[in-house]
Design a protein around this ligand. Sequence first.
Ligand code: PEP
Ligand code: MN
Length: 345
Amino acid sequence: MIIRMKKNASEEDVKKVEQRIEEVGLRASVSRGESLVIIGVIGDVTMLPEDRIEEIPGVETIMRVSKPYKLISREFNPVDRTVAIGKKKTGAGSFIFIAGPCAVESRDQLLTTARIVKKLSCDVLRGGAFKPRTSPYEFQGLGETALKYLKEAKEETGLPVVTEVTGEDKIELIMKYADVLQIGARNMRSYDLLKQIGKRTAETKTPVLLKRGDNATVEEFLNAAEYIAKEGNENIMLCLRGIRTFESGKYFRNTADIGMIPVLKKETGLPVIFDPSHSAGKRDLVPSYSMAAVAAGADGLIIETHYNPETAMCDGQQSLSEDELANTISLCRQLLTDIRKFQLR
Ligand code: PEP
Ligand code: MN
């Protein structure tokens, strides 16, 4: 249920609505736009008699939300939302570049790559500390040691860092080091993990980068985000990284779900980030996938890069070298400028 307040509604009216919601054991989520206050009701709304709300003078309308994902839906909150990462932000016209290696392999590898990421004016550094690998015999990441290197890279470059949380037991530890918590495609359906991340970030509002599972529908993906939002953190970036189709992976790794970008943006105001690397799987496809995502309205890109991709222990074939990353970023920046000019017309 969504309660829209009148333009001239008083703070007291808003408080009264909150009280009535809480009286019956439900939760109120108050969103304040420039001239609009919207209150969302979370929980079993059959407990809440509408006339108890209607009688409050500042209430304009009461609407039932039809979407299963309520808090993150546009129906509930029509504005374009932004997620702030350090001093940067994504969404509502702000674009971010996230880049870095698939996995943190060593102090040298991370620092050298982080310096490239900084030099090319990217906004956030990525780097996996705990790697969810298909084979248990593959490199699993350096764990806490990698987190320490990420911290060092952040201190040196000033770049905020994003790294993946692969299990509930690692949330606390990773929160000490990371500015953004990544939930990988494989874990998009780990509902306990989603809930725990939502709970543990409810106070800090630490941004979460949620990746779409490789066979998840739009609705399943948005419901996964709702799990986090429901626990109290709506600072969520939705990340598309390609899906599995009948293609075998010979020409590319995962079918680029670029067409989902405008769909997600229609359904929710949350920022949408595209990952061309895990979609393409081959570095020569990354520039065009990146530009396609920009053109489709993405609010950011997360691109794998390595100071020497040939030696990468993880996803080297899709990682860009410094020159390739520079080229991709410059193409995308040019495109962003052109799109903005076009939109202004
Ligand atoms: C990654 O970002 O390195 C990763 C493992 O991605 P995904 O969860 O999309 O496979
Ligand atoms: Mn990877």
